[in-house]
Design a protein around this ligand. Structure first.
Ligand code: CP
Length: 308
């Protein structure tokens, strides 16, 4: 069996293009599995996985749990909001206690950038980052790139615009790393206050006008305004943001070209996307969600038991 170059999935940054292609080829097989009447395979029958979420999630958490169950793993779920973290227990103590129950793999979402990297230095289990603060969300970028490959036949040579709150987005950073490794051209588009100062050093194009970004790209990956991470005001109001950066169906139809619309979710309908755009024929948003299960099955399968 081919292997990934890493024993953890902490981010896209340290993966090779070969790693990404291996994940996609493995996910192709698992996508076929999850569309069969019997959606389960015994691949991880003796593996126990803990999903530990210190931040809210709908898609990532359910998708990982389904992926684990489709692979026949034993699964335990932990939410910080109803755990002994509320009594003052530390991250490391929490995880040591979970591992004492003989857990092999940990899927973790945490509000602090670097939390999964910290865990990887202190514990023996394979760690998968399910989103660490504003840093990386590697499985989201993998499922996004897999969905572009599925829709357009390849990622290489395609023009992808990431539009929205780039400053607070872990999805943006992981997407930039993944898409560039796969040979795509990447543009970011946002108000200047929602662009990190270092953004040009990542080799991306920068555009401030959403109409120009849409005219340039094959794929628009639209991001949510992350108000929960904003301690100060980055723009006057959501209404004004929507006026200048919101995307509706007419804007997409008027382009007179094929364009693929993506969003990692959750969507703030009426802010970054109108409902008629989100639900239009341009959108592959629910395909992204479906592909998330197959891609996460691939990642779990390839990392399980890995000691690289
Ligand atoms: N895309 C994403 O991470 O969604 P959730 O926050 O619902 O998991």
């Amino acid at each position: 069996m081919s292997k990934l170059s890493q024993r953890h999935l902490l981010g896209i940054k340290n993966l090779t293009r070969e790693d990404l292609e291996l994940i996609f080829e493995t996910a192709d097989n698992f996508k076929e599995v999850i569309n069969r009447p019997i959606k389960k395979v015994p691949s991880l029958r003796d593996v126990t996985i803990a999903n530990i979420f210190f931040e809210n999630s709908t898609r990532t958490r359910l998708s990982f749990e389904l992926a684990e169950k489709r692979l026949s793993a034993d699964v335990v779920n932990f939410s910080a909001s109803n755990s002994s973290v509320k009594k003052g227990e530390t991250l490391l103590d929490t995880v040591h206690n979970i591992l004492a129950m003989k857990v092999d793999m940990v899927v973790m979402r945490h509000a602090s950038a670097g939390a999964p990297h910290f865990l990887a230095r202190h514990i023996n289990a394979n760690i998968i980052n399910a989103g660490d603060g504003t840093h990386e969300h590697p499985t989201q970028a993998l499922l996004d790139a897999f969905s572009i490959r599925e829709k357009l036949g390849a990622v290489s040579g395609k023009k992808i615009a990431i539009i929205g709150d780039i400053l607070h987005s872990r999805v943006a950073l992981s997407n930039i790393f993944a898409l560039q490794k796969l040979g795509a051209e990447v543009m970011v588009c946002a108000p200047p206050t929602l662009l990190p100062k270092y953004i040009s050093s990542l080799g991306v194009k920068v555009e401030l006008e959403v109409q120009k970004a849409l005219a340039w790209c094959d794929v628009a990956n639209v991001l949510r305004i992350q108000l929960e991470r904003q301690q100060i005001k980055y723009f006057p109001s959501l209404r004004e943001y929507s006026l200048y950066y919101g995307i509706n169906k007419k804007m997409l139809d008027d382009l007179k070209k094929e364009i693929v619309l993506m969003h990692p979710g959750p969507i703030n309908r009426g802010v970054e996307l109108s409902s008629d755009a989100a639900d239009s024929h341009h959108s592959i948003i629910l395909d992204q969600v479906e592909n998330g299960v197959a891609v996460r099955m691939a990642v779990l399968y390839l990392l399980a038991g890995s000691t690289n």
